[in-house]
Design a protein around this ligand. Structure first.
Ligand code: UDX
Length: 423
């Protein structure tokens, strides 16, 4: 069967996963980025991000993956253009749509091409683009993949949201048929609702995290264990157990940006979204609460050497965007501490961002001589450390487990003073 060729514009995280997965499904994919060095290295099969399974897919489907800087080539080969460019927050907290606009301005206003928006954009973006370019078909197809399991999320979606407005059904039908083999429920709706589904989903998940973080903080006061509380809550189908892990706050490229974008979107429309203000504030405070857990055991942090275990915003990625480690490192140094950090893959990405921080090449090296440690990212290898040997190596065996990742009893038995979050 002849498969529809796919155009991908913007080969970042979402773009590269989209390109590689459509190639895996048998489509010829024409993927365009403006950065020539990135295109050249991708054409050589080099994947610039750490994402499990992605290099293998890129290598396996190399013949069907065409990386280019030439938009004309993409337009010539494909009808459906998946737009996957960045929409970073601006100073006002609105999403910066300049990269989306730069793409749209280069598109011919013909009846053959359809723009399929995967980038997260505020509700109303589709309507604005259609106003500017009434001849171009527009489909909203927001992306829900998680870093670290992006390939699996793409190939096994819970649901695929496809939004279109009257006149563009042909394009929405074409997009739906691309996703049908994957088996997730396909939600057909209008463009504004599809855009809102994406922002609301991320804001809701962030709200769940801030909620459980506050429950954790109260649990500390009343002697409850938040992991037990979350387990008991999560078994209620109406609540669900996912995203109820208390810790040192959410980070990454999506939650902080999308919560803020939804708040601004509401504000710009004249609605004050009170709940999201709290979600954001709780998350900011949660990163900083860790300092108090250290001072409880160590007193003043002036001159103390504190090890950060894990730097990325979550495990299985080297992404440092909005990582809690950035705030922690700066805050610890603000308290006069020396910071030494280790991450299995994110050290390269972190080195320019974590100023004044020493980097170790292993967890053992980071802990050697340290006065305290914070587990920031729950990399599996930290569960396998010989913690009794680590306690020996440290000057003061104090551990704040920022992700409630380790077994408190085992860590205490290994000789540590252990502090979790909400237990
Ligand atoms: C998220 C959404 O899950 C995804 O659907 C969307 O497309 C992009 O944003 P991602 O940013 O890759 O994905 O990471 P995710 O696994 O959702 O975690 C986000 C942050 O929340 C991480 O910092 C993580 O540590 C934190 N988190 C997650 C918690 O603190 N507790 C939880 O229970 C879950």
């Amino acid at each position: 069967m002849e498969r529809e060729p796919i155009g991908v514009v913007g080969v970042g995280w979402v773009g590269l996963v989209t390109a590689a997965c459509f190639a895996e499904l048998g489509h010829e994919v024409w993927a365009r980025d403006i950065v020539p060095e990135k295109v050249e290295s991708l054409a050589r099969g080099e994947v610039p991000i750490h994402e499990p399974g992605l290099p293998e897919l890129v290598t396996k489907n190399a013949e069907r993956l065409h990386f280019t800087t030439d938009m004309a080539a993409v337009l010539e080969q494909t009808e459906l253009l998946f737009v996957c460019v960045d929409t970073p927050p601006t100073y006002s907290g609105d999403a910066d749509l300049s990269r989306v606009r730069a793409v749209v301005e280069r598109l011919p206003e013909d009846a053959e091409h359809a723009l399929v928006m995967k980038s997260t954009v505020p509700s109303g973006t589709g309507a604005a683009i259609r106003r500017d370019m009434p001849g171009l078909a527009y489909v909203s197809c927001p992306e829900f993949l998680k870093e670290g399991s992006a390939v699996d999320d793409f190939l096994n979606p819970d649901r695929v949201v496809i939004g279109s407005d009257p006149g563009d059904e042909w394009a929405a039908d074409a997009v739906a048929s691309l996703y049908e083999p994957l088996g997730g429920e396909i939600v057909r709706t209008d463009v504004a609702s599809a855009e809102m589904i994406k922002l609301a989903s991320n804001a809701f998940l962030a709200t769940k995290i801030s909620f459980i973080n506050e429950i954790a903080n109260v649990s500390e006061e009343v002697g409850a264990d938040v992991t037990e509380v979350a387990r008991g809550m999560g078994l209620d189908d109406r609540i669900g157990g996912a995203f109820l892990k208390a810790g040192i706050g959410y980070g990454g490229s999506c939650f902080p940006k999308d919560v803020s974008a939804l708040k601004q979107l509401a504000g710009n429309s004249g609605y004050h979204f009170q709940l999201l203000n709290s979600v954001i504030e709780v998350n900011e405070l949660q990163k900083r609460r860790v300092i108090g857990k250290l001072t409880k055991h160590l007193g003043s942090l002036v001159g103390k050497r504190i090890a950060l275990l894990g730097l990325a915003f979550k495990p299985h990625t080297d992404d440092m965007r909005e990582a809690s480690s950035l705030v922690l490192s700066a805050r610890l140094q603000g308290e006069g501490a020396e910071v030494v950090a280790y991450d299995p893959v994110a050290t390269g990405a972190a080195s320019g961002l974590l100023t004044g921080t020493d980097f170790a090449t292993s967890a053992e090296e980071a802990l050697d001589g340290a006065d305290g440690a914070i587990l920031v990212t729950e990399w599996p290898e930290f569960a396998d450390l010989d913690w009794a040997a680590m306690a020996e190596k440290m000057r003061n065996p104090v551990l704040v487990d920022g992700r409630n990742f380790l077994d408190p009893e085992a860590i205490r038995a290994a000789g540590f003073r252990y502090e979790g979050i909400g237990r």
